[in-house]
Ligand binder design. Structure first.
Ligand code: H2U
Ligand code: ZN
Length: 353
C-alpha cells in the first residue's frame, strides 16, 4: 500500500522561496502543541526613567558622551561600532582558500522613545509613526553615502536575543558590501523577476491572501503572515501590499498603516505568553547603491525564539547546525495561534470578575 503524502502528518521539507534555503518540518511530533498550562510570568515593572540606563535622556553613555533631553526618538553613532566609516579598501587573496576584503560602514543606535518603560506594543500610534519616519530617514541619509551600499535596520528585543538594555531601541548597521542574507534574497528575487516579470514577494503575497491560512493580521496597506518556510516557531513576514522597493518610498498613509500593524502584531506577540515577547526583527529592502532594483519588495522579518512559554525557547543546535533548520509546530498552527490573540495588550486588559 502506498501512502499519500500529507504535509499535516508527514515529515517534509519546505523551500524558502525568498532565500533558497530549505527547512525540515516534523508535524507529527506535536499534533496538539497547545495542551497544558502556559506558564505566566509576572510583568516586569520598569520606571519611566532609569538613572542607570545609557539610553535614557540626559544620561551618560559608556563612551563618555551624554544623551540630550530628547522627547521622541534619538539616533546616535554606536560607541562600539562593528564597522568603521573611514577605513582602507583592499583585498588579500594569497590563495583561493584564504581570502579577505576590507569592510567599512556606519553603525547607529535608535532610541524609539525617551520612556525607559515602553515597548513598541504599548507605545502610542503617533510615536510609532515617528519610529517609522526615523527608519526611512536613516536609510535615505546613510544610503546616500557613496561608500554605503546596504543599510540594515534591526531591533534585538529581550535579553534572550542578546539585547543589552530594555530601553526601547533598535540598531542600524550599514556596509559597503551587501550582507549575506539580503544578498541571497537579492539573487532569488532577481531570478524570479527575470523569469516572470513580476516581483517574487508580490506573487507570494497574492497566493497567501488567497489561501488565507497563514495570514495573521492585515490592514489597508500591510499584511503579516507566517511564511510557508518559517524556521522560528512564531516567525512572521510583514509585507506591503504595493510594490515598494525601500522604506523611504512609503507614503504618509502607508507609514501610518505601518505604525498600526506594528502595534497590532507586537501586541499579539506579547499576549501569546503574557510576556514581553523577545525577537530579532529587521527590514530588508533594495540595496542603496544608487540604482533601482525593481525585483525587490520591501519587507520585515520577525524571528522570535519562544516556543511554548515565556521560558521555553528554540535553540538552533545539533541537526540544525549541521544539517538544516527544523520545526515541529507548523507554520499554519503558529498562524492560527497568533490569529486567536487579542489586540488589547495583556497589561492593559481589565479583569472581568
Ligand atoms: P543591543 O541592545 O542590541 O545590544 O544594542 C545596544 C547597542 O548600543 C550596542 O551595539 C551600543 C552597543 O554597542 N552602545 C553604545 O553605543 N553606547 C553605550 O553607551 C552602550 C551601548
Ligand atoms: Zn532608559
Amino acid at each position: 500500500m502506498t501512502l499519500q503524502f500529507d504535509p499535516l502528518e508527514h515529515p517534509h521539507r519546505r523551500r524558502n522561496a525568498l532565500n533558497g534555503d530549505w527547512v525540515l518540518v516534523s508535524p507529527h511530533r506535536t499534533k496538539r502543541p497547545w495542551q497544558g498550562q502556559v506558564e505566566k510570568s509576572t510583568p516586569e515593572m520598569r520606571p519611566p526613567y532609569d538613572p542607570e540606563c545609557y539610553l535614557c535622556p540626559g544620561n551618560m553613555r559608556v563612551g563618555g558622551k551624554r544623551n540630550p533631553q530628547f522627547v521622541s526618538t534619538f539616533v546616535f553613532d554606536n560607541d562600539f561600532a562593528a564597522l568603521l566609516p573611514d577605513g582602507p579598501r583592499g583585498e588579500v587573496g594569497s590563495s583561493a582558500l584564504l581570502q579577505a576584503q576590507a569592510e567599512t560602514g556606519v553603525c547607529r543606535v535608535i532610541c524609539f522613545s525617551p520612556r525607559h518603560d515602553l515597548t513598541l506594543p504599548v507605545m502610542e500610534l503617533g510615536d510609532l509613526r515617528r519610529v517609522v519616519d526615523v527608519w526611512a530617514q536613516q536609510i535615505e541619509e546613510i544610503g546616500a553615502r557613496p561608500d554605503i551600499n546596504y543599510v540594515q535596520i534591526f531591533e534585538n528585543k529581550g535579553a534572550v536575543m542578546g539585547s543589552s538594555n530594555p530601553h526601547p531601541h533598535g540598531q542600524i548597521w550599514s556596509n559597503h558590501t551587501i550582507p549575506v542574507e539580503p544578498a541571497k534574497e537579492d539573487q532569488q528575487q532577481r531570478a524570479y523577476f527575470e523569469r516572470h516579470d513580476r516581483p517574487l514577494l508580490l506573487d507570494y503575497l497574492a497566493q497567501e491572501l488567497e489561501i488565507g491560512e497563514r495570514v495573521v493580521v492585515q490592514n489597508r496597506h500591510w499584511v503579516v503572515l507566517v511564511p510557508y518556510w518559517a524556521v522560528w516557531p512564531f516567525e512572521v513576514l510583514l509585507l506591503p501590499r504595493r510594490h515598494t522597493l525601500s522604506l523611504p518610498d512609503l507614503t504618509s498613509d502607508e507609514r501610518d498603516a505601518l505604525a498600526d500593524i506594528l502595534k497590532r502584531l507586537t501586541t499579539r506577540y506579547d499576549n501569546l505568553f503574557e510576556t514581553s515577547f523577545p525577537y530579532s526583527m529587521g527590514w530588508h529592502g533594495q540595496p542603496t547603491d544608487g540604482q533601482r532594483h525593481p525585483h525587490w519588495q520591501l519587507h520585515a522579518h520577525f524571528y522570535p525564539p519562544l516556543l511554548r512559554s515565556a521560558t521555553v525557547k528554540k535553540f538552533m543546535v545539533g541537526y540544525e547546525m549541521l544539517g538544516m533548520p527544523q520545526r515541529d509546530i507548523t507554520a499554519e498552527q503558529a498562524a492560527d495561534r497568533l490569529r486567536q490573540m487579542s489586540e488589547v495588550h495583556y497589561t492593559e486588559m481589565t479583569e472581568i470578575e
